[in-house]
Ligand binder design. Structure first.
Ligand SMILES: [Zn+2]
Length: 216
């Protein structure tokens, strides 16, 4: 807690004064271009990884970066998706999983879930990931863990598309969904390519967005 309070003191004394104009613009409105949905893991820091600032991204964090399929649960993730699309009109929705995800590890070794009934129930939404596991995944624990993390990104990407406002946005070409994998060890991001059924380095897909107009 001491570290948090020291951080707050620094924010008030030096960080906030320097960004005062930006915060004044943001005080009563927001227009983020993207909704970023990721795990609660402390090692995944979206504003650091993407070098974004206050107001840039609408953020949703949930264990295992799970997005329940539409209609199965009227929870925080689904309402965040709804608000981001219907009110904020975000143009991109990114579901981002990460290496060494404890939630996905618990899907492989369920002993960790014995004392966590709520988590066990929530992770039921990861079951569909097994269908997306690359059959070429080696059977050792580390490879299986990483393979299932990737498969879960695909599963949650598919769940996202069951939400009618997302499906409509895709159909009307006002919105794109993205599935990303973030590697904590290397800092690299891989992006799911639905048509080619594979993950590729984010750098390789960056070019197609180079011509995109700046967010309003
Ligand atoms: Zn995680």
């Amino acid at each position: 807690m001491k570290r948090l309070l020291e951080g707050y003191a620094k924010f008030r004394s030096s960080v906030f004064p320097q960004a005062k104009d930006r915060f004044r613009l943001l005080a009563d409105r927001q227009a983020p271009d993207a909704l970023f949905i990721t795990c609660a893991d402390s090692r995944v820091v979206p504003d650091l990884i993407l070098q974004t600032e206050p107001g840039d991204m609408f953020l949703c964090r949930a264990v295992g970066n799970i997005i329940p399929p539409y209609g199965t649960m009227a929870g925080g993730v689904s309402s965040t998706v709804e608000y981001a699309v219907e009110v904020l009109h975000v143009r991109h929705v990114i579901v981002c999983g990460h290496s060494d995800c404890g939630a996905i590890k618990a899907m492989i070794d369920r002993t960790a879930l014995e004392r966590l009934p709520l988590t066990a129930k929530w992770l039921g939404f990861v079951e569909s990931a097994w269908r997306h596991l690359d059959p070429a995944t080696p059977n050792d624990p580390k490879s299986l863990h990483t393979g299932l993390i990737h498969a879960n990104i695909i599963a949650q990407y598919e769940n996202l598309k069951t939400h009618p406002h997302i499906a409509r946005g895709i159909q009307e070409k006002t919105l794109q969904v993205h599935g990303w994998y973030y590697d904590i060890l290397t800092g690299a991001i891989e992006a799911w390519q639905e048509t080619e059924r594979k993950f590729i380095p984010l750098e390789q897909v960056a070019e197609q967005f180079a011509a995109e107009p700046a967010a309003s």
